[in-house]
Ligand binder design. Structure first.
Ligand code: C5P
Length: 299
């Protein structure tokens, strides 16, 4: 049961850096990104049912009407098709992450469905088989299958190791409650005539302290931040709010926004920043904690 719970945990994905390095002929963008996962996310579970069904609960559940093209159901059907079985099970999704918010909620849910249903259906599908299914569901789904700090390139399918972030790193997430659809942000960036970036230099070794880690990341950036702020100016206020909290080492937007993150020397400092009055504004969603560390058995 414990293993099923871990498999169904869909942590928030955070792009600590995000470079847009080019565009493929099919319109998808080539990215270079250092991705980590928060110790907070959606939860997918499954119970007996001869048909495949999905119910959605949780603080952001009402905003997500369960439809046939929900990514969780699409992931379930794609996995069943690959395995040559008829999909079944009553899926329950506890939606704790804001929607269309740059922290990969839908992608992480889809990855959780692939992990959980592989287990529930007793499939012995190797990760190499899951990866192409994941990519067809969305560019961020392969990275969400891992739930570990990695470097992501291509449109999301080229995944390579990165030096481990410092132990005990604190992470703050703040979303202003405004959806930021990814295609619109890419379009705004192109319309502004912003050139593509070079890929970032890969950090060669691990980081002893959170300050050294944040300093190395400060040399990079999020290439979608400017375009996202132009469409959703409140992101500027979110970034300023995070940067103004005690102990914040770096404030930046994740993905195509609107969620922004802050890095802190410790989990306690990130929690204190989240609890502070400065970020308590109407409609804002705030979370503070650390990075997710999957138990080895759940990988
Ligand atoms: O793959 P996903 O469904 O997450 O992407 C949503 C949209 O974001 C795509 O349809 C595309 O317009 C844009 N996108 C992109 N390049 C990526 C990822 C997403 O242009 N690498």
């Amino acid at each position: 049961m414990r293993l099923e719970e871990e498999s169904g945990f869909a942590p928030a994905k955070v792009n600590l850096t995000l470079r847009v390095t080019g565009r493929r002929p099919d319109g998808y963008h080539l990215l270079d990104s250092f991705v980590v996962f928060a110790d907070f996310g959606d939860r997918l579970s499954v119970g007996p049912d001869s048909d495949l069904s999905l119910t959605v609960t949780g603080p952001f559940g009402a905003a997500l009407a369960p439809s046939e093209d929900n990514l969780v159901l699409r992931a379930a059907r794609a996995l069943a098709e690959t395995a040559g079985i008829v999909p079944f099970g009553a899926l329950r999704l506890e939606k704790n992450l804001p929607l269309a918010s740059g922290i990969g909620g839908g992608s992480s849910d889809a990855a959780a469905a692939l992990r959980l249903l592989s287990l529930y259906w007793g499939l012995t599908v190797p990760p190499e088989t899951l990866a192409p299914i994941a990519l067809r569901l969305g560019a961020d789904v392969p990275v969400c299958l891992r739930r570990l700090p990695v470097r992501m390139a291509g449109i999301g399918e080229v995944i390579s190791p990165v030096p481990a972030p410092p132990k005990g790193l604190g992470l703050l997430l703040v979303n202003p409650g405004l959806a930021c659809p990814t295609p619109a942000i890419f379009r705004a960036r192109a319309a502004a005539g912003t050139p593509f970036s070079a890929a970032d230099a890969v950090p060669g070794q691990g980081f002893e302290t959170a300050a050294a880690f944040a300093q190395a990341l400060a040399a990079s950036g999020n290439d979608l931040e400017e375009a996202a702020i132009s469409l959703t100016p409140e992101i500027g206020a979110v970034l300023a709010g995070i940067a103004g909290t005690a102990g914040c080492l770096l404030a930046r937007m994740s993905g195509s926004g609107a969620t922004c993150f802050g890095l802190f020397p410790s989990v306690a400092e990130a929690e204190a920043a989240a609890a502070g009055a400065a970020l308590r504004r109407p409609g804002w969603w705030v979370w503070g904690g650390g990075l997710y560390e999957p138990p080895r058995s759940a990988l």
